[in-house]
Design a protein around this ligand. Structure first.
Ligand code: SAH
Length: 216
């Protein structure tokens, strides 16, 4: 059992308050962040940092995204319960847990085999059961398409056409696009087969690898 006591709940409430101050307003997102035990994703040595608004290493050279980044991307997706969501970059599973907590039907894909194995075993222990896939998510998961929403949690050099192709009509893709150091957050909406693009601020993600990502 993973311990979740009043102390951790208190720290989570503080984090939610901080995210509100930073401009996150979607109550569904804030409520999910208030529920998912972020400390359970941390190694003992880093435990004291679990509720800081920062990214942290999760092994394999990868990171658990900053809570603000998770909240920002999730809010931009306008998630409704029952929606089919594809996440590229499972990593620690924290973002997937937030989406499941919000009632989405989540498909998540990871390119690093060790992380895939670790997270697909770990996340169900917290009560979160998305569908886990191993492979190159820059190509999406065509067999399960279309998706109402797609979230890319690694920095891409371009918007992979595979992902816009796998978006349902009325669907939304949120993806950071730029160079290896920083990326602009893009939201792409498909309406009557046409793509509309909106641009938001810059973030710093680990690179999206693979066929429609960076070549190593
Ligand atoms: N969503 C994660 C953060 C992940 S960091 C969380 O909540 O913790 C980005 C992840 O994307 C890394 O685990 C990395 O291995 C993975 N990744 C990079 N390129 C990928 C690709 N082409 N397909 C799937 N995952 C990829």
């Amino acid at each position: 059992m993973i311990e979740d006591n009043y102390k951790q709940r208190g720290l989570r409430n503080k984090l939610v308050k901080k995210l509100r101050e930073k401009g996150i307003f979607d109550e569904g997102v804030l409520s999910a962040i208030g529920k998912v035990p972020r400390h359970a994703f941390f190694d003992d040595a880093l435990l004291v940092h679990a509720y800081e608004d920062k990214a942290f290493p999760i092994g394999e050279g990868q990171t658990i995204s900053q809570p603000f980044t998770v909240a920002f991307q999730t809010e931009k997706l306008k998630i409704k319960p029952g929606e089919k969501v594809l996440e590229i970059g499972t990593g620690s599973g924290y973002q997937a847990a937030i989406l499941v907590e919000m009632g989405a039907k989540v498909y998540t894909i990871e390119y690093n085999n060790k992380l895939y194995e670790r997270t697909r075993k770990f996340l169900p222990l917290l009560g979160y059961q998305p569908f886990f896939f191993y492979g190159d998510g820059s190509k999406g998961i065509p067999a399960k398409a279309p998706y109402d929403k797609i979230i890319v949690t690694a920095g891409a050099p371009v918007v992979p056409t595979a992902l816009t192709d796998q978006l349902a009509d009325g669907g939304i893709l949120i993806i950071p696009v730029g160079d290896r150091e920083r990326q602009k957050m893009l939201r792409i909406t498909k309406l009557n087969g046409k793509l509309k693009q909106e641009e938001f601020e810059f973030f710093a993600f680990v690179p999206l690898l693979g066929e429609q990502g960076w070549k190593q």
